[in-house]
Structures are given as structure tokens and as C-alpha cells.
Design a protein. Structure first.
Ligand code: URA
Length: 238
């Protein structure tokens, strides 16, 4: 059960009005608790227990919308349940009671930036192709691709009967016989990055998403997460 809170605060949380305006509504006799009009400013209510109405209509608590950026470790699935009993990404967010879900997917063995939220509309918006949000990945690939092969990925390749969109692809560093590549795509096809590098003969050995739009992981350690504020959310769309 929730803890008690002042009626005007509860009304504001439910999106009825600002606290001040809620006080005016109370004073005007338009708010009732358990069927009784309440004008007392100190009145406390317990959400879920007391029945609050505004002009006779029930006032429902709105779940607060929250947004997290997680640095997903390997070994976690981005589904909400797993028949094989593997750990689920949402279990890593320990400080939030809201029912979160991941936006989009990352493979079991992929690490990196994953957004979790309880805002379905936002999740749909950022995944919609019309926004074409860039996703930046660092891929350790086998061998080191020749510039002609890199150019192929940059222009687009035929993957499962559909061309991939132009991508930004560059070499970040040589790692012994292998190569660390950066690739920026704005599509979200299943295992797309792995399939693109496999296509040019350089399979991915390790994959990490480093940024979602202009929202990057920065120094976050694997398994770390943080709540995003509105200006950080806007970075996704830059
Ligand atoms: N592309 C992949 O191949 N795997 C991911 O997890 C994400 C993008």
C-alpha cells in the first residue's frame, strides 16, 4: 500500500491540476474522498485505498514516466521473459518500481547502450524509421577489412532481399590481427551489424553499442545504469 500524502499533492500527481489550482478545486467543493466533499487543506489520502473524485469522476494515479540508460552486459536477454531462464535486462534496474521494458533489442552477447522505460509512446517514437535515429556500435571484427569492403558497407548491401541504408563505417584501431571498427546505422534489423560484417567476410567477435543518437555511454561501467533527464532524452533525437 502507498503511504499517505496531501490531497492537493495527489491531485497534482494525477495530472488534475497544479497544487495551487487543486486547492482552489477543493475550496470550491469539487473534490471528494470516499464520497465526502473535502475542503480541508491538510487532508491526507492513501492512493489505492481512498477513492478520490473530481466532479464525481474517479481520479486515477498516473504512473510516472521514467527513462533509464543501461550499459547492458553480455548474458542478459532484452525480452521480458525467457523460456530458457536466462537473466533479463530489467532485473538490473534495482531502484525503480515501475514496470520497465527495453526499447528495441540487443543480442544476448552484445553489450552497451540500452534504453529502458515505461513510456510506450516514447519507445515507439524513437524506434520509428521516420526519426532515423543513429545507433553507434563498436565492433571487434576478425581480420581487417580492405577499404573497398568498407565502402560496400558504407553504400549499402543486399541483406535478406533488402538493401541496408548507407552507414558510416570506419576503422578505430588495429588489435593484433583483428580490427576495432565503428559503424553507425539508423536501422534496427535483427543482428544487422553482425550480418553486415559477416557479408564482407569479417565476422564480429565482440559488439558494443556506444551511443543511441547523441546519447552516449561515456564512462558508464558494464551493468551500470542512470535515469535520464529531459535534456538527455532530447540528445537521442539530435
Ligand atoms: N546488430 C547486431 O548484430 N546485434 C545487436 O545486438 C545489435 C545490432
Amino acid at each position: 500500500m502507498s503511504s499517505p500524502l496531501r490531497l492537493q499533492k495527489y491531485l497534482a500527481q494525477c495530472g488534475i491540476a497544479s497544487r495551487r489550482r487543486a486547492e482552489e478545486l477543493m475550496a470550491a467543493g469539487r473534490i471528494a474522498v470516499d464520497g465526502v466533499i473535502v475542503k480541508e487543506m491538510g487532508t491526507q489520502v492513501v492512493p489505492g485505498k481512498n477513492r478520490v473524485t473530481f466532479d464525481g469522476k474517479p481520479v486515477e494515479a498516473k504512473e510516472q514516466l521514467v527513462y533509464f540508460l543501461l550499459n547492458k552486459p553480455k548474458g542478459y536477454v532484452t525480452t521480458l521473459s525467457d523460456p530458457q531462464g536466462r537473466p533479463i535486462v530489467t532485473s538490473l534496474i534495482k531502484t525503480c518500481e515501475a514496470r520497465l521494458f527495453p526499447v528495441g533489442r540487443l543480442d544476448l552477447d552484445t553489450e552497451g547502450a540500452l534504453i529502458l522505460t515505461n513510456d510506450g509512446e516514447f519507445a515507439q517514437k524513437i524506434q520509428h524509421p521516420s526519426h532515423g535515429i543513429d545507433k553507434t556500435y563498436e565492433a571487434l571484427v576478425k581480420g581487417c577489412p580492405h577499404k573497398d569492403k568498407i565502402a560496400l558497407l558504407q553504400r549499402g548491401i543486399l541483406l535478406e532481399e533488402k538493401m541496408t541504408s548507407p552507414a558510416a563505417v570506419s576503422i578505430v584501431a588495429h588489435a593484433g590481427r583483428n580490427c576495432l571498427m565503428q559503424i553507425i546505422i539508423h536501422e534496427g534489423r535483427k543482428r544487422q551489424v553482425k550480418k553486415m560484417f559477416a557479408f564482407i567476410g569479417h565476422p564480429v567477435l565482440h559488439l558494443k553499442r556506444t551511443a543511441y543518437g547523441k546519447l552516449s555511454l561515456g564512462r558508464m561501467a558494464l551493468g551500470d545504469y542512470r535515469q535520464l533527464n529531459p535534456s538527455e532524452l532530447n540528445k537521442i533525437f539530435l
